[in-house]
Design a protein around this ligand. Structure first.
Ligand code: GDP
Length: 302
């Protein structure tokens, strides 16, 4: 089920509860059943769904509510809070990654990692533009020497976004290109330097080794993994595999537009305790939105 339908189903279940004369266990259970079904059909992990259901039941606890309590409001607020908790990906170490805040006048390096086709190059440009519009001086470095045409693609995107870029048609060592690009932009006092790396179709040793080497060379302040939301629950194993090799601290979930079962991907990523910092919502360079659980759920429920 796509996200818009999920929102509609949850809203409809809550509206049923609001319409009924009394809010008792039976009405509550029927609403919860419908919400859980909708979440499962959106590919949300079954364990997370049952935890959500148990948490809501425990928090609402109709038997022990004082007579004056507005049960409808209590139910609505609890459902909202638990949906937020479901997609909340704050890291266990106090959320240092999403707290990354670049400063003007100091060069910060952001390195992107991810499989081919996930949307890395597109997201690099979107993020560059996002910061540029907020007054940062941003440069893009193409360290993908693996795929022919990668530099041309980045060049094209960067030109469209009017973001300065660096790359090489002759250098075949991605570490050398990454280091040279970062050095160049640092010497020119850029605030944010975004390094696009190469991907592979599969998770391969070679790719992981390359990420480690580039990371050592450019010493990123933030490493972002780009994940395709259309892979649903598989997002969990993919992000875990990447995490073991390249220690990224944040995720951009792409292709959250269209027919993505976004609920599955978001909850899967939440289970890896890595914050999603942005979501990609289209192919256009402006289709990038910061991700915060409360805003996301508010929007989902319209
Ligand atoms: P890379 O191989 O990881 O660098 O992936 P690309 O940036 O080349 O993207 C692969 C494809 O996904 C391209 O056709 C992009 O236009 C598309 N894409 C990237 N992000 C999004 C998104 O948020 N929504 C949609 N619909 N398409 C996207």
């Amino acid at each position: 089920m796509v996200l818009a339908d999920l929102g509609r189903r949850i809203n409809a279940a809550m509206a049923d509860l609001t319409r009924s004369n009394v809010v008792d266990e039976k009405v509550l259970d029927s609403m919860l059943k419908e919400i859980c079904m909708a979440l499962l059909e959106s590919d949300v992990n079954v364990k997370l769904v049952s935890t959500l259901r148990a948490n809501i039941k425990k928090k609402i606890n109709l038997k022990d509510q004082a007579p004056g309590v507005n049960r409808r409001r209590l139910v609505q607020k609890t459902v909202f809070d638990e949906l937020c908790a479901l997609v909340d990906c704050q890291s266990e170490d106090g959320d240092s990654a999403s707290a990354f805040k670049p400063k003007k006048g100091r060069s910060s390096v952001i390195m992107f990692v991810g499989l081919q086709g996930a949307g890395k190059t597109t997201s690099c440009t979107k993020l560059a533009l996002w910061y540029q519009r907020r007054g940062f001086k941003v440069g893009l470095v193409c360290a993908d020497t693996f795929r022919a045409g990668a530099f041309d693609q980045l060049k094209q995107n960067a030109t469209k976004a009017k973001v300065p870029y660096y790359g090489s048609y002759t250098e075949t060592d991605p570490v050398a290109v990454a280091a040279a690009g970062v050095a160049r932009f640092k010497s020119e006092k850029f605030d944010i330097i975004i390094v696009d790396t190469s991907g592979r179709h599969r998770q391969e040793e070679e790719l992981f080794a390359e990420m480690v080497q580039i990371s050592k060379a450019v010493k990123p302040d933030q490493t972002i993994m780009v994940l395709d939301a259309t892979i649903g629950q598989a997002a969990e194993s993919q992000s875990k595999a990447f995490k073991e090799s390249s220690d990224f601290g944040a995720i951009i979930l792409t292709k959250m537009d269209g027919h993505a079962k976004g609920g599955g991907a978001i909850s899967a990523v939440a289970a890896t305790r890595t914050p999603i910092v942005f979501i990609g919502t289209g192919e256009h360079i402006h289709d990038l939105e910061p991700f915060t659980p409360t805003q996301f759920i508010s929007k989902l429920l319209g």
